[in-house]
Design a protein around this ligand. Structure first.
Ligand code: ATP
Length: 282
């Protein structure tokens, strides 16, 4: 079942289908019945797009992903109000394994691979919901996307570099045959050249595998280079959203997220200790 996307912003990019895949509507999330992590967030992820979710530490990005994957309860978190729907059906009460079966899969921050298993065994673990034939086909696709994983398929995952582990974490998520892949900070702690490689793959997921991607990043520059639309989250609420062109042209985004001001590139210290108040807070 699908729904028309009457709620999509007018400047949404011309994505392949005129449909919304995932919607957060007026979501409020609290931890331990007390800590409000997300306040009244609404977000739409259309079919076939890469949507960026940007924001600094503690903004609430991972909390939204955990809500989407049904794992908030593991941390005493709860959706207090609002809804999450996937292809027009309410999904915020579903168990994590049912969400995976419906096609919602997340690559968590910190690329948690099984370190004692080989690359091949890690991929097999990812394909546990599929038949043997489907899992084989999916594994071939993963190896085509990441030839490096194929070369090293019998090696122990724990001995691989950070970049290779990130590739494996993405590969393992792809084994489930997702419709929507959420990536939590895929560039974290990686060298620029490795990030280039990971981002090339993310573009291929959209362009060649026709997946929809929700990309959570602190690295706004990288994310804006690739995504079709992005939301900026601060202290649990969306403060700005738009196309990369619109966001990159915004002075506050330039200053506080891209490290650039009218007088040129700023140091991270300046960015962290900014004096001017953001316009969206006034
Ligand atoms: P980061 O990039 O550091 O992961 P984030 O944008 O993903 O940041 P969240 O981890 O979602 O942010 O955190 C949002 C808010 O919720 C923060 O104030 C954080 O302290 C709080 N929080 C997150 N997890 C928990 C938890 N398990 N229990 C209590 N509070 C939490």
């Amino acid at each position: 079942m699908t729904t028309p996307i009457e709620t999509l912003p007018a400047d949404y990019p011309g994505t392949s289908a005129n449909k919304s895949l995932l919607e957060f509507r007026n979501i409020r999330i609290v931890y331990d019945n007390a800590i409000e992590a997300i306040r009244d967030v609404s977000m739409t992820v259309p079919v076939g797009a890469i949507v960026g979710l940007l924001g600094s530490n503690g903004a609430g990005k991972s909390t939204l992903l955990k809500a989407m994957s049904g794992i908030l309860y593991t941390e005493e978190g709860e959706i207090e109000s609002g809804s999450i729907s996937f292809l027009g059906e309410s999904v915020h009460d579903l168990a994590p394994d049912e969400l995976v079966r419906r096609g919602i899969v997340q690559v968590p921050e910190g690329r948690r691979v099984f370190p004692a298993l080989t690359i091949d065994e890690n991929l097999q673990m990812g394909g546990y919901t599929r038949s043997a034939t489907e899992a084989r086909e999916q594994r071939d696709k993963v190896f085509a996307l990441f030839p490096r994983l194929h070369e090293r398929r019998n090696q122990i995952a724990g001995y691989m570099s950070g970049g290779e582990q990130q590739m494996l974490a993405i590969g393992r998520a792809l084994m489930t045959g997702p419709v929507l892949l959420a990536l939590d900070e895929p560039s974290l702690g990686l060298a620029p050249l490795i990030i280039d490689r990971i981002y090339e793959v993310i573009a291929k997921l959209r362009d060649e595998m026709k997946l929809t991607v929700l990309l959570v990043e602190q690295n706004a520059q990288r994310a804006l280079d690739i995504c079709d639309y992005a939301y900026i989250l601060e202290t649990g609420r969306v403060v700005l959203d738009g196309t990369p062109r619109k966001l990159s042209a915004n002075e506050d985004v330039q200053e506080f997220y891209l490290g650039v001001s009218g007088s040129g590139r700023k140091s991270m210290r300046d960015v962290k200790h900014y004096k001017r108040r953001k316009r969206w807070l006034s």
